[in-house]
Design a protein around this ligand. Sequence first.
Ligand code: ATP
Length: 488
Amino acid sequence: MPKDKPKKLEELIIENRLLHEIIDSVSEGVYAAHKDGTILIYNRAFERLEATNRQNMLGKKDTDVYSLPLENLQRMAVLQSKKPLLEQYMTYHLHTGRKVDIGYNCYPFFVNGELTAVYSINRDIPSINDLLTKVVNCFDQNKSKNRPNGTIFSLHDIVGVSPLIKQAIKQARKIAPTASTVMIYGETGTGKELFAQGIHNASSYSSHPFIAVNCAAIPETLMESLLMGTVKGAFSGAIDTPGLFEQAENGTLFLDEVNSLSVPLQAKLLRLLQDKSVRRLGAKTERKVNCRIISATNQSLYEMASKSLFREDLLYRLTPVILHIAPLRERPEDIPVLAKEFISRFNEQLNLNITKISSDLLELLSLYEWPGNVRELEHVIESAMSIVENTATEVILEDLPSFLAKRMLSNLSSTKSNNTSAAEIPPGKMLAEYLRQCETDLLQNMLKLTNGNVSDSAKQLGISRQDLHYRLRKLGIKSTTYKIECTK
Ligand SMILES: Nc1ncnc2c1ncn2[C@@H]1O[C@H](COP(=O)(O)OP(=O)(O)OP(=O)(O)O)[C@@H](O)[C@H]1O
């Protein structure tokens, strides 16, 4: 390979200026020091964080500007370990007397294999702490749910008639009374939290709290304090707060989207599950905890583990029992009953009296792929019902906001008929009739291609056999007809 041409001095100067401007525009404090302690980089955000001017810092020795024992300097810790220091907290005083609380990650910088400098990315802890308080308050508000244990749903509230959902409910009933750790696997919006609440309410843990945390929604810096809790003085403003593990004592802790936990946090969670004890942030001792863990993922953890994105040992801890919730497109029989359920929920909320859903709207709902699953169906019904007249008793296709109808129709045309766009629907033709014809043509063509083989057809169409059988029944198509035709 040809070697890169050495950069001209001019280019290097421009690149250096650009990098400095970038560093100055990020919201975290960026700091770098030579291994001898000379401060090399000190960006604007760090000036704000330490309420000082970089002129007072750049080129100075860290020991001259920070009133810290030598061993407490970020630099010394990294020089010693030669490894990054992640998710650390520190309170210290500047020579000006100002007290600073930061959360930071600090990294070694090697030149030709020699550790030459350290640099760190720093965040203001009081703001993290404020956020933590807000998150905890938000969880508290969520607790004002129907039941005192913090849940709304039981397994009886799960709506569905498809064999797939019935099978999932049956399995949930079976595992609920055991103390097993459960992993719920399913696409977004399929009802994983609903099942988790249902399992909790059908278990011996039900008189104790159900605590849910969405691992994807909480910043990583907060997650540890949220899960483990804090003790007064762990960092400035920290108070004695039990973590979610302690709050779920004798109950269930639901770790939603557990696939988004960072690898360092996975290690902490694993240790906690092994020891069954937590050490609050800043505490010297551990406390025993006893709660059932139900977690949920919308990504295959096995696949993630094979790419080293999820720890295998944690995976096995979390998955003694796996409950799979099928996506809505694989159980279209559930669509009409779910739509009915949501209509009755929104009747109550919006003070309406809808008793029917028009056949063309139902047809569209049945043919759509539902990438957002049941949650998306719920939103579509809600959108339609916010438009209907107060006196209406039926919700119809025209009640769908046009952007929604368009989106749903184009999804249909691209995935089902693959040759007609939403704009090309023949004018004057009833939508339901048109969609039915499209689906009939598509299924008949596919059966012809596969000599009436339902499994092969389902595979080609990217749907389950059950789904295809359901659609064939609904359209009155007999797969056997195609077998006979082809063997003649
Ligand atoms: N079978 C069902 N019967 C009744 N309601 C359902 C059903 N499945 C899902 N829902 C409703 O759909 C919405 C989404 O469900 P839920 O939050 O449990 O999904 P999820 O899989 O946990 O989503 P996410 O992956 O985004 O966390 C909720 O309002 C829930 O009540």
